[in-house]
Design a protein around this ligand. Structure first.
Ligand SMILES: [Ca+2]
Ligand SMILES: [Ca+2]
Ligand SMILES: [Ca+2]
Length: 324
């Protein structure tokens, strides 16, 4: 009788458990899966991965669906070379795109994030230079993006959230991750080693510090002021900066200038005003040749690159990310 009662209780429990069990929400899905280790406890969460073991070693639990929403606070600091070429204030990037109201309120990157136009009202040190892109990459496979977001870049290099001032939050599990910074016409860079990021505590990742080690070689340009910046001049959407050769960036600038609707007489000296990927120094003007042309900046970078021993004009500055 007692056994029968227990079976009934177990059955009731089982039915309740099944009917009120896991719900599959969009937020529950981590497309790639990941692991977390604390002491001798290791949690593996994934969707679509084949489990070969449910547990192993001391304790090793596998779960199908876990809502892995954490707030990783990260405060990257990065300089773009373009707006530092002729700085109006020493040590601060120019914010000419902002002061001319050229920066769009919708991100140029994949998440199409939007901001309130008022974030571009701030002037001075914390004025917004442009949109920027952050990725966290897997410790074990740095080609794999774990989390990513559009963010905003201040003149002093602070990368901030979409309100223009707050710390960036990323939805990822605490742990060791590579940090990648990308910009639409500069070459991206990644931390050479994984960086320990923890929940609810801000971690500063300073790409401008010349002792900060980036993946690959010469991922950034060393400026005269002894700080590092992302290389500018990748205007044709690939992963290299090239003046002349197989995939040069220069013809793309010329084409942009000649094809502009306002350039009736097809002058190569014509200036295209506005937010434009071909504007290498980010002064709000895209010019092929003339008073303030963008093309020579690309030549200067190619010739100045530490890897271009023989000063070839055809040298390619390759973006130093593991997938390239
Ligand atoms: Ca700042
Ligand atoms: Ca290019
Ligand atoms: Ca320009």
């Amino acid at each position: 009788m007692l056994l029968m009662k227990n079976i009934i209780y177990i059955s009731i429990f089982f039915v309740c458990f099944c009917t009120s069990g896991q719900q599959l929400l969009k937020s529950s899905i981590d497309s790639g899966g990941d692991t977390n280790t604390a002491g001798n406890l290791r949690i593996v969460y994934s969707l679509g991965e084949t489990f070969t073991k449910e547990h192993e070693g001391t304790i090793h639990v596998s779960e199908g669906f876990i809502n892995a929403k954490f707030n990783i606070k990260i405060s990257p600091i990065v300089f773009l070379q373009g707006p530092l070429l002729n700085p109006t204030t020493v040590g601060l990037m120019n914010d000419i795109l902002r002061s001319n109201s050229y920066i769009p309120t919708t991100s140029p990157y994949g998440d199409n994030a939007t901001v309130n136009a008022s974030v571009f009202d701030t002037t001075g040190t914390d004025a917004i230079v442009d949109w920027i892109w952050i990725e966290l990459r897997s410790e074990n496979d740095p080609t794999k993006v774990i989390a990513s977001t559009s963010a905003l870049l201040q003149r002093d290099g602070d990368v901030v959230a979409l309100d223009g001032t707050s710390t960036v939050l990323l939805n990822a599990s605490p742990g060791n991750h590579h940090v990648v910074i990308k910009h639409r016409n500069h070459l991206g860079a990644m931390s050479a080693t994984p960086i320990t990021l923890v929940k609810d505590v801000t971690t500063t990742v300073n790409f401008t510090d010349n002792s900060f080690v980036t993946f690959g070689s010469h991922a950034q340009v060393l400026l005269a002021s002894n700080v590092m910046a992302l290389w500018t001049g990748n205007v044709n959407g690939d992963t290299t900066i090239q003046y002349s050769g197989t995939t040069p960036d220069i013809p793309s600038i010329l084409s942009e200038v000649l094809n502009d609707a306002g350039n009736f007489l097809n002058f190569p000296t014509y200036v295209v005003n506005g937010y434009n990927i071909h504007d290498v120094n980010m002064d709000g003007k895209t010019q092929y040749t003339g008073n303030e042309p963008d093309s020579p900046i690309i030549l200067q970078n190619v010739l100045a690159h530490p890897g271009n021993f023989l000063n070839f004009t055809t040298y390619q500055i390759q973006e130093q990310l593991p997938e390239n």
